[in-house]
Design a protein around this ligand. Structure first.
Ligand SMILES: C[S@@+](CC[C@H](N)C(=O)[O-])C[C@H]1O[C@@H](n2cnc3c(N)ncnc32)[C@H](O)[C@@H]1O
Length: 313
């Protein structure tokens, strides 16, 4: 109010000048805008105390995934529920709606159920949906959890088929897409993982399906397809909704690094505002000796968690 009053007195000086109409107009506009700001209190983002808020904004953190169950291990790239919870605490409150368009075996849904958030996951491979559903039935909680089999590219049609006229609007998106077709390529650490999974009779990649984003061969087409998936998600989000997308820059078989996280950040910025990156570090992965003694090949034990927000006027 003080600032409006001081603005008012400066305007009254201006009205003695040669442009009284412009000054009046400016004054009225400022008053209207100030009134709107007072009338529209912003929704609290989370239930953290100030101290917890500050701690949660540190741009890197360590989460070491727990060993996966015998069934979960059938998925080649599950992320830990603790990672999801880290972001749920900051970007959501109880009863909010969360979306995961690449839900895998349902880690996002499990974390949401444990924290009393409602969640919808979309996953292309029905085998992973099955595993996720089994896991969900064992989790206590009475929030909504819907794991839908389908192609994230067709999100609007899927939602309409599933929810009819009651399609939820989402407050938050938490997901980890396929990191291009990297699971199909044997190199460095992935090579040993492949050998181990093959000897245990486990799948090396997500599926052979045409719609699987992890099967796109051309890098630029992969980035563009990801862009189109997230363009389609936009209309299902509430204003100011945040999105956290976990991705990793990866070394290709010819030794060149493909900056997947940075290229996704660039493409998705056409639809969303890129707010920050957070770095998820893993400190319990075995170090491998690649390239010694001639070639630099790093052990990549971190992921980018890209934070976007739905653009608002
Ligand atoms: C990195 S994994 C996600 C794992 C998940 N965060 C979890 O913890 O289980 C990516 C998933 O995207 C799925 N996927 C690939 N293309 C898809 C598409 N077009 N629509 C929906 N899911 C897709 C894959 O089957 C795979 O399970």
């Amino acid at each position: 109010m003080g600032s409006i009053r001081s603005y008012e007195s400066s305007i009254s000086v201006a009205t003695h000048d040669s442009e009284p109409h412009l000054a009046r107009y400016l004054y009225e506009t400022v008053r209207t805008l100030a009134g709107l700001l007072v009338a529209l209190p912003r929704r609290r983002l989370n239930d953290l105390t100030g101290k917890e808020w500050v701690r949660a904004t540190k741009s890197w953190f360590v989460i070491n995934p727990k060993p996966r169950t015998r069934v979960q291990v059938r998925h080649p790239a599950k992320y830990p529920e603790e990672l999801v919870m880290h972001f749920l605490r900051f970007f959501t409150r109880e009863d909010d709606w969360v979306l995961d368009p690449f839900a895998g075996v349902g880690s996002t849904l499990v974390a949401c159920k444990e924290m009393q958030r409602n969640c919808v996951g979309i996953e292309l491979n029905p085998e992973f949906v099955n595993i996720g559903e089994q896991h969900l039935t064992g989790v206590e909680g009475n929030s909504d959890a819907h794991l839908i089999t389908g192609d994230a590219m067709a999100i609007s049609a899927l939602m309409k088929d599933y929810f009819g006229s009651n399609v939820p609007q989402f407050d938050f998106v938490m997901t980890s897409p396929p990191y291009w077709n990297m699971l199909r390529k044997s190199r460095g650490g992935n090579d040993s993982v492949h050998k181990q999974r093959r000897s245990n009779g486990l799948a090396l990649y997500y599926s052979d399906m045409r719609e699987d984003i992890g099967n796109i061969e051309e890098y630029e087409s992969y980035i563009e397809s990801m862009g189109r998936v997230f363009d389609g998600i936009r209309r299902h989000l509430n204003d100011r909704a945040y999105l956290v997308i976990v991705a990793q820059n990866m070394r290709d078989t010819d030794g060149e690094m493909k900056p997947i996280a940075w290229d996704l950040a660039r493409r998705l910025s056409m639809t969303y505002t890129l707010r920050q990156e957070m770095i998820w570090c893993q400190d319990n992965k075995q170090l491998g000796c690649w390239g010694y003694p001639t070639t630099y090949v790093s052990n990549v034990h971190h992921h980018y968690c890209l934070v976007f927000q739905k653009k608002y006027p």
